[in-house]
Design a protein around this ligand. Structure first.
Ligand SMILES: [Zn+2]
Ligand SMILES: [Zn+2]
Length: 692
């Protein structure tokens, strides 16, 4: 049983985007599933490195930073720290949870793509693209909106129309708008560096066809996409925030996030080897051994990027005869379907769902871990349901907690806390023991097949067997006549409790350690090992600790109320903060005031603006010449009332078009409800005079 060969694994979970706190669906989709698997492998004694990190780059971070007037790096780093801390609190056993803006990653990515270029897989191409001069940004597909050329839907995005589902490119959209500022973008030419996927097509098809470990559905998705013909894909972007593209002539371009984040799986192991354990040779040990198994835990929407794009660039990199050690190609992906929340899609804006920071305030961690794996969306979408959460909490309490508690309390009370002797086995005992001796293989087989949900359900069934055995034997009756015979039952039950603790280790490690401590084991789970489960693991006479309940029952109604209350509280805090910031914005420094170029002007001409009842277009002598000011004065002044008036205006305001008319400044007026009064100087003063 324990003669299995020690294997080498690189376990990874998808890189969370740093702009948002993950929700429960994100967590079970990759992070928690990978954690269970990595913990299981370590428990088996395999060599494991488990890595991931925050995806720091890309347009959304750049846009948020711009909107908030912040540096994208410090914004991303701040969010990264929050996410990293949350994963620690969720007991995710990463060997390295890093981020994509660290120097090891940046250098690795740059060197990597220079090698790929040297190997002949990268070419340049000039293309037309949309540029927003207002935001000073080349607009990525998703940041352009407009009218769908196929169905006329007015809010089609630059990559897809949500109404007719057709894939489109931004240049096909009619009347395109910048999704950030709503202005019309301009068409510009730009050069990008492309990855030649068509050249890799046959080898990728072969790679997938030959790998029979990849789940059938994932395989099919990939083969379909290959059969349709793989497109050339641009590796570069015209975006400041990202990893600078290393190619000659690619100044001001960065690597498209998708092409560098996947390489984080490699560089995170490099960083771990060099900086965390300080054994740089461990990088080659894991990544350059053809027998290393690399497994990617991802959501179903990420399959193509992990089974085509990622192995494609690895192949292109490896394609150098002089390179002896090649980076190992993917062994498998474990992709999940989606988790819904009470049968709805998770939505931040509508507050549908639970986020991983909230969950920890509501119930103990292991309830969440158990619940998420127990309903893991393995073969179809599943829903997080509060009713199910309640059922599962009862399972933990009634099936697992109770069995452990009954066993340990009885041993404490009647055997002075010492494991009693085992006697001769009867058929009922033998039946239990045969289950006990085979359970680690049974659960292990499911885990080996990435079926965590089935594995956990098998463990719960196993715990049920323990309860049935205890009830069948009813040692509380036996003890009246024969203390030794009752003790025999509890010897077997104690062995059973031990095996439950080991089996639960990958899923709910805290609980598992708690049970082992009660049994007086102080070694780590991994030191005990997956194969330690057997009928004689605890010797008779071993002293155990005083029993303590390992779970508690919570009131679901109270939990839900708490969630609602905390959300309201946060909403309130957010509003208060926003108000404070607005107040702060209102106070300006003397320096700010000095920036305002306020001047006197003389109105020379007043015209109405077509299709805008409230606006006048004023031609103003500003001392140096004339300029136009568009002002909403029509309801308050007749045009001849304004003519030849001297007015105050802000001269250095950015020119802006209002209803098609250019306004080159802002006329100042006092406003009190319906009374609007322009400001005029008291003395005769010449146009262009400064106001100080
Ligand atoms: Zn459409
Ligand atoms: Zn814009």
């Amino acid at each position: 049983m324990s003669n299995k060969k020690k294997e080498k694994w690189v376990i990874t979970s998808a890189w969370p985007y740093v702009n948002a706190i993950p929700h429960l669906g994100n967590l079970i989709g990759s992070v928690l599933s990978a954690d269970v698997f990595a913990r299981y492998l370590r428990l088996k004694g395999d060599d494991v490195v488990y890595v991931s990190g925050s995806d720091m780059h890309g347009t959304p971070v750049a846009v948020t930073a711009k909107r908030e007037g912040r540096n994208p790096q410090s914004l991303a780093m701040e969010n990264h720290k929050i996410i990293k801390n949350l994963f620690e609190r969720w007991d995710i056993s990463y060997d390295n949870y890093t981020q994509t803006h660290n120097p090891v990653h940046i250098n690795f990515v740059r060197d990597f793509f220079l090698d790929v270029q040297k190997n002949g897989y990268i070419f340049e191409k000039e293309i037309k693209t949309l540029y927003c001069s207002n935001d000073e940004l080349y607009l990525p597909d998703r940041f352009v909106e407009g009218i769908c050329p196929y169905c006329g839907f007015e809010y089609a995005r630059g990559d897809q129309c949500d109404k007719c589902q057709k894939l489109i490119t931004p240049l096909e959209l009619k009347e395109p708008r910048c999704a950030i500022c709503d202005e019309e973008p301009e068409i510009q030419s730009t050069t990008h560096w492309y990855m030649n996927f068509p050249k890799l097509q046959d080898r990728l098809a072969q790679l997938i066809e030959q790998n029979d470990i990849i789940p059938t559905n994932a395989r099919q998705v990939c083969l379909n996409s290959i059969n349709e013909g793989l497109p050339e894909r641009a590796i570069t972007r015209d975006l400041e925030w990202g990893i600078p593209a290393p190619f000659e002539g690619a100044d001001n371009k960065t690597i498209y996030v998708w092409f560098e984040a996947v390489l984080g799986y490699v560089s995170a192991v490099k960083e771990w080897a060099e900086k965390i354990i300080e054994q740089p040779e461990k990088f080659d040990y894991f990544w350059k051994d053809k027998d290393t198994k690399t497994v990617y835990f991802i959501g179903k929407d990420n399959i193509i990027f992990h089974l085509i794009v990622f192995p494609g660039i690895l192949m292109a990199y490896n394609d150098d005869k002089s390179k002896k050690d090649k980076l190992v190609l993917p062994y498998n992906v474990s992709s999940t379907e989606f988790l819904m929340y009470e049968k709805e899609k998770f939505s931040k804006s509508r507050q549908v769902g639970i986020w991983i920071n909230e969950a920890l305030e509501l119930a103990p961690l292991d309830y969440w871990r158990f619940n998420l794996v127990y309903n893991r969306p393995e073969k179809s979408d599943t829903s997080f349901l509060w009713s199910e959460f309640e059922n599962n909490m009862n399972l933990l309490n009634d099936v697992i907690g109770n069995f452990v508690h009954r066993t340990l309390t009885f041993i404490n009370r009647h055997y002075d806390g010492e494991i009693p002797q085992k006697l001769k086995l009867d058929d009922r005992d033998k039946d239990l023991i045969s289950k006990l001796n085979t359970i680690s293989d049974k659960v292990g087989e499911s885990l080996d097949n990435f079926e965590m949900k089935k594995a956990l359900r098998d463990i719960v069934d196993f715990a049920r067997e323990g309860n049935i055995y205890l009830n069948d034997k009813a040692p509380w009756h036996i003890i009246k006549d024969d203390k030794n015979e009752a003790g025999h039952v509890f010897n077997l039950c104690a062995q059973f409790v031990y095996s439950l603790a080991i089996l639960l280790g990958p899923f709910i490690p805290n609980t598992s350690q708690k049970i082992l401590k009660l049994l007086n084991y102080h070694q780590s789970l991994n030191a005990l090992g997956w194969d330690s489960i057997n009928e004689n693991v605890i010797e008779a006479g071993t002293k155990i600790k005083k029993a303590e309940p390992i779970f508690e029952k919570l009131d679901i109604k109270e939990i839900k109320e708490k969630l609602e209350k905390s959300r309201k509280q946060k909403q309130k805090e957010k509003q208060t903060k926003k108000k404070k910031e607005e107040e702060k914005m209102k106070t300006i420094s003397f320096g700010d005031f000095k920036k305002l170029d306020l001047r006197i002007g003389k109105v020379q001409k007043v015209e109405e603006v077509e299709n805008a009842d409230k606006l006048y277009k004023l031609t103003v002598n500003d001392g140096e010449g004339t300029r136009f000011l568009v002002a909403g004065l029509a309801p308050y002044y007749k045009s001849d009332e304004l003519l030849n008036k001297k007015i105050l205006f802000l001269a250095n305001l950015e020119p802006k078009k209002l209803r098609g008319e250019l306004s080159e400044g802002m006329l100042l007026a006092a406003v009190d409800g319906d009374v609007v009064s322009i400001l005029t100087p008291e003395k005769d003063i010449s146009p262009g005079s400064k106001i100080e």
